[in-house]
Design a protein around this ligand. Structure first.
Ligand code: NDP
Ligand code: 2IT
Length: 445
């Protein structure tokens, strides 16, 4: 079969790029029927052209710490595909960052961005820089050095970065500042900007809100709502924070958060004060969630474990890739979990996905469920172009409509004969067809 040959060739050309190969394999597998029905897509080489990034920029990022010691990190930008719009995707600062991880993220971004219904191509960037424990001045110097190389390939109609793990409003501010100085223009080349210099309302909350709205749509199919549901969330960063807010507002009870050190179980559930405390915890610049259990003594800290062993109705992985494995999935199924909505990118391992799909629970992949973040980035770009700023209500309404439209696209392309909605398949097919058709229209380039 043609797809097997393509995959084998990809493995040969990209040895050891585990996450990248995992992401491509997951998409290609689900496209089999679609490609059999559309042989012209395969014959035109669209698959080979789509799975290889358009270009990758790799560069050195030297910076000086507060003690005058020089450090060198590696910076990257993967410009993946711009068939339906300019390259668009976040920047990740984390010591684990490498080319395989950024290629997997960039590849996923193509389909996610296509699903948003907005004209956005796919890209991703980042560095193996570790922001943990760094002073504000060190973060600023790093961001400035990073931009000295990156700015050359960015532009409001060319490539528009945003945040991701380790990159929030502060880092976007420092990067945008340097970009503006070097390019001499104040345009919407970044999203996730500060409110008073071009940022959109709701962008900080958008990914978590969107993942919750998506879960709400899935629950509706079963005649269910968030009211009274017990929810496990992983991570305690930007996405986890947005999801915790919206789930709580809709009547759900969030009982876990997690970090690389383990998870906290809070049987009382999060409330406004605890959600506010999440911001403090993030700002403390450590990589641990444990202090939550000192602050709120009813909460218990479970060291070195994943939150998926807790009995919950709904699970929302919002930390990082491959954080939910086969055993975790088996625990969730055993405990009667009915729905998983991925706030993070590719948080479930392939073995976990097999267990989840087998159980026939509601399961939304990140490229559909977490698309709210980049969708509001797209809305930020629109506001920048119009030199206008929409109200909170207007942005939120558009976000909700986009999440509903993505849900409908997944149902349209993912509904199986027995009525089960295969959301990963639906998301892959819907996103793929949009980009593939644009590529066919534009010729071999
Ligand atoms: P943040 O840096 O704000 O938070 C990341 C969170 O995950 C932190 O709590 C982090 O802890 C935790 N984490 C990192 N590694 C691990 C690990 N190995 N085990 C457990 N927890 C871990 O990033 P975001 O919230 O922005 O991103 C979270 C996920 O959502 C990522 O997969 C990202 O790609 C995805 N995403 C983000 C979007 C956005 O708009 N920001 C949009 C769509 C998806 P610590 O930092 O202490 O290590
Ligand atoms: O993974 C993602 O979608 C993001 N990190 C957000 C990308 C963006 O451009 O807003």
């Amino acid at each position: 079969m043609e797809l097997e040959k393509i995959m084998a060739e990809l493995e040969r050309r990209n040895p050891g790029e585990v996450e990248y190969l995992q992401a491509v394999h997951e998409v290609l597998e689900s496209l089999e029927d679609t490609l059999n029905e559309n042989p012209h897509i395969v014959e035109s080489g669209v698959i080979e052209r789509m799975i290889d990034p358009d270009r990758v920029l790799t560069f050195k990022v030297p910076w000086m710490d507060d003690n005058g010691k020089v450090h060198v990190n590696r910076g990257y930008r993967v410009q993946y595909n711009n068939a339906i719009g300019p390259y668009k995707g976040g920047i990740r600062f984390h010591p684990s960052v490498n080319l395989s991880i950024l290629k997997f993220l960039g590849f996923e971004q193509i389909f996610k961005n296509a699903l948003t219904t907005l004209p956005l191509g796919g890209g991703k960037g980042g560095s193996d820089f570790d922001p943990k424990g760094k002073s504000d001045a060190e973060i600023m110097r790093f961001c400035q050095s990073f931009m000295l190389e990156l700015w050359k390939i960015l532009g409001p109609d060319q490539d528009i970065p945003a945040g991701d793990i380790g990159v929030g409003a502060r880092e976007v501010g420092y990067m945008f500042g340097m970009y503006k100085k070097l390019s001499g223009v104040h345009v919407g080349t970044f999203t996730g900007k500060g409110r008073n210099w071009g940022g959109s309302l709701i962008r900080p909350e958008a990914t978590g809100f969107g993942a919750t709205y998506f879960a709400q749509e899935m629950l509706k199919v079963k005649g269910e709502t968030f009211e009274g549901k017990v929810v496990a969330i992983s991570g305690f960063g930007n996405v986890a924070w947005g999801a915790a807010q919206k789930v709580t507002e809709l009547g759900g009870k969030v009982v876990t958060l997690s970090g690389p050190d383990g998870y906290v179980y809070d049987p009382d559930g999060l409330d406004a004060e605890k959600i506010e405390y999440m911001l403090e915890l993030r700002a403390s610049n450590q990589d641990i969630v444990k202090p939550y259990s000192y602050e709120f003594p009813n909460a218990k800290f479970v060291e070195g474990k994943h939150p998926w062993e807790v009995k919950v109705d709904i699970a929302m992985p919002c930390a990082t890739q491959n954080e939910l494995n086969k055993e975790d999935a088996e625990n969730l199924v055993k405990n009667g979990c009915m729905c998983i909505s991925e706030g993070a990118n590719m948080p479930c391992t392939p073995e976990a996905i097999d267990v989840i799909m087998e159980s026939k629970m509601l399961y939304a992949p990140g490229k559909a469920a977490n698309a709210g973040g980049v969708a509001v980035s797209g809305l930020e770009m629109t506001q920048n172009s119009m030199k206008l700023s929409w109200t909170r209500e207007e942005v939120d309404e558009r976000l909700q409509q986009i999440m509903k439209d993505i849900h409908n696209a997944c149902v349209e392309h993912g509904k199986e004969e027995d009525g089960y909605i295969n959301y990963p398949k639906g998301a892959n097919i819907a996103g793929f067809l949009k980009v593939a058709n644009a590529m066919l229209d534009q010729g071999v380039i």
